[in-house]
Design a protein around this ligand. Structure first.
Ligand code: AQP
Length: 346
C-alpha cells in the first residue's frame, strides 16, 4: 500500500469526554498499530482552536499538557520515528496558511457548517474564530498532506470543506503547480473505511440522547469526562435517559438512549457491533444493559486514570518540543510552495 499520512487533533478547551476517546483517540491507536514504515502519524493539540468559545485561560497551559498525557496513557506511542506529537500554536505555518485559505473560502460555505450553527445558537457574542474555525482546521490538514483524519461524526462537514478548499485551490493554480498544490484528504466514506466503521461514531449525551456528548455544553449528567471518578461515571450511566418502549433495539430514531448504551457497550468491550446487537436485541431489562456498560466504563476509567497519573509534565513537554521541530520543517515546505504559487515568494 502507498504511503499514508494520518492526522488528528483534539481541542484542549477542557478535559476529554468518552466521546472524544472513542471518536478520535481510539481510531488513532488502531491506526498507529497498523502503521507502515513509510507512513506518517501526526497527533497534535489544536490549542488555537480551543478558545473559539470562552475558556479558563489560567489553567490552559496545564490543560494542554494533561490532555497530551491522555493521548499517551491511552496508548499512543510517541517513540516511533514516523510519529509526531505537537501543539498547533508552536507551528506558525498553521495560522499563516489559515489566513491564505480564508481568502479562498466563502462566507456562505462557512455559514452552512452545522457545528457553527449549533454552537452559535447556544452562546451569546459569537467570535469570528468560531465562524472561521473550519479554515484553520483545513490548514491543519493540508499542511501535512494528510489523507486520513480519524474523527467523530460531528466533524464530517469540516473534512468535506477542507477537501473543497484544496480542490478549489488546486484547480485555480493548476498551471503553476501541475501536480496540484495540496494532497486531498480522502472523502468521508473512505475515512470511515479507514477507521473500520460503517457509520461515523457519535456518542450522545446520557441525559439528552438527541444531542451529542460535548465538552462545551453544560451537561454534567449527560457527559462522562475522563477525569470523572469511576463511581460517578457509573452513576451517570445508571441514570441515563432511555424510553418507555421496554425492549432493546438498535434504533437511533426511536430509541436513541438505548442505542447510545448499546454503542458504548461494544465500543468499551470486546464484542463487535453485530455481536452486541445480536446479544441484546429483544431483551427487556434496560437496567442490565446499563449495569454492564457502567462496569465496563468504570474499569476503563480506573485503568486510564492510573496510567495518566504517572506521566510527568516534563516528559510531555520534551515529546512536544521534538515533534514541533519536525512539524515546523514539514509545514514550512508546504507553506513555501503555496507562497510561491500565490506570488508572495520567488
Ligand atoms: N460525542 C462525540 N462522539 C464521538 N466523537 C466525538 N468527538 C467530539 N464529540 C464526540 C470527536 O472528538 C474529537 C475532538 O474534537 P474537538 O476537540 O474539535 O471537539 P468537538 O468536535 O467540537 O467536540 P467536543 O470535544 O465535545 O467539544 P466541544 O463541543 O466543546 O467543542 C473530534 O474528532 C470529534 O469528532
Amino acid at each position: 500500500m502507498s504511503q499514508k499520512t494520518i492526522l488528528t487533533g483534539l481541542q484542549a478547551n477542557s478535559t476529554f469526554h468518552i466521546g472524544n476517546y472513542v471518536g478520535a483517540i481510539l481510531p488513532m491507536i488502531n491506526a498507529q498499530k497498523n502503521l507502515g514504515a513509510d507512513d506518517m502519524f501526526l497527533m497534535f493539540v489544536p490549542d488555537l482552536h480551543s478558545f473559539t468559545l470562552p475558556i479558563n485561560h489560567a489553567n490552559f497551559y496545564q490543560q494542554i499538557l494533561d490532555n497530551v498525557k491522555i493521548y499517551l496513557a491511552a496508548g499512543i506511542n510517541p517513540g516511533l520515528s514516523n510519529t509526531l506529537l505537537y501543539r498547533q500554536s508552536f507551528v506558525p505555518a498553521h495560522s499563516e496558511l489559515a489566513w491564505i485559505l480564508s481568502c479562498f473560502s466563502y462566507m456562505g460555505e462557512m455559514g452552512r457548517m452545522t457545528q457553527y450553527k449549533d454552537k452559535s445558537e447556544k452562546h451569546d457574542n459569537i467570535s469570528v474564530g468560531l465562524f472561521t474555525y473550519p479554515i484553520l482546521m483545513a490548514a491543519d490538514i493540508l499542511l501535512y498532506g494528510a489523507q486520513y483524519i480519524p474523527l467523530g461524526d460531528d466533524q464530517k462537514q469540516h473534512i468535506e470543506i477542507a477537501r473543497d478548499i484544496a480542490i478549489r485551490m488546486n484547480n485555480k493554480f493548476e498551471l503553476q503547480a501541475p501536480n496540484g498544490l495540496f494532497t486531498l484528504p480522502k472523502p468521508w466514506k473512505e475515512q470511515l473505511d479507514f477507521m473500520g466503521v460503517s457509520e461515523g461514531i457519535r456518542i450522545r449525551s446520557l441525559s439528552n440522547p438527541e444531542k451529542k456528548m460535548s465538552k462545551s455544553t453544560i451537561d454534567p449528567k449527560g457527559t462522562i469526562l475522563l477525569s470523572d471518578t469511576p463511581q460517578d461515571a457509573a452513576k451517570k450511566i445508571m441514570s441515563a435517559q432511555t424510553d418507555t418502549i421496554g425492549e432493546i433495539h438498535w434504533d437511533w430514531e426511536n430509541q436513541p438512549g438505548v442505542t447510545n448504551l448499546l454503542q458504548l457497550y461494544y465500543l468499551f468491550g470486546i464484542e463487535t457491533r453485530e455481536e452486541a446487537i445480536n446479544y441484546w436485541t429483544g431483551k427487556t431489562r434496560y437496567g442490565d444493559l446499563k449495569k454492564e456498560v457502567a462496569d465496563k466504563i468504570e474499569t476503563f476509567l480506573i485503568d486510564m486514570q492510573a496510567k495518566t497519573r504517572v506521566i510527568q509534565d516534563k516528559e510531555v513537554e520534551t515529546i512536544l518540543i521534538n515533534g514541533e521541530l519536525q512539524a515546523n520543517l514539514i509545514s514550512k515546505k508546504t507553506l513555501n510552495r503555496v507562497q510561491k504559487v500565490l506570488g508572495l515568494r520567488r
